[in-house]
Design a protein around this ligand. Sequence first.
Ligand SMILES: Cc1cc2nc3c(=O)[nH]c(=O)nc-3n(C[C@H](O)[C@H](O)[C@H](O)COP(=O)(O)O)c2cc1C
Length: 198
Amino acid sequence: MEHLLFVNGCVRGEKSRTLKLARRFLERYQAAHPDTEVTEVDVCAQRLSPQYPEVLAERDAVWNAGGLDQPMFAPARQFAAADKIVIAAPFWDLSFPAALKIYLERISVTDITFGYDADGNSVGLCKASKLLYITTRGGYYAGTPLDIATQHIKGLAVMYGIPCVHFLDAEGLDDVRNDKQALLEQAMERADALAEEF
Ligand SMILES: Cc1cc2nc3c(=O)[nH]c(=O)nc-3n(C[C@H](O)[C@H](O)[C@H](O)COP(=O)(O)O)c2cc1C
């Protein structure tokens, strides 16, 4: 059985257009890959706090005591063990919501999701062969230097050792000149095609 981890960073919950796009992808993916088990992590429901000094100090203490198997690191172990990963989040302020950033900081744990070789080079330790990042944007940023979210996810995939990264988006959803429903429907069709090959 294949394990797909769905990291849901869609702050507006079921009203989120990004989540609608992600749900469509996952529905089609499961239809095409019936032996896949999908586990969802809702980063807003977790209410993780930022790594304030005391949070980081506790994490360092547990890590330095060799506690990689402790509950604190369960999200990192879950992320590292997934066969495939789908992350969905809206485009916020050129990036993604802080709740997702906090989750990514929490799962970025040395010797679980990434590590260092004998020469001090960073090596990825995640099992996943593929990662898909799904987003929707109010304006148009794809392919521009202002799309920090895409750059960030690409960089993290390298750090985690995930060789293949896909992106699925819908843009211009807050542009008054656009038929938003039509744009979302076009993205849904791209989701269907990607679900077959992902
Ligand atoms: C806090 C916040 C920040 C946003 N920042 C941007 C932005 O920088 N650029 C942009 O094009 N759209 C921005 N938007 C618009 C969203 O990207 C757009 O409405 C998106 O479709 C929302 O996704 P959702 O329906 O999944 O919540 C922002 C929206 C919010 C609520």
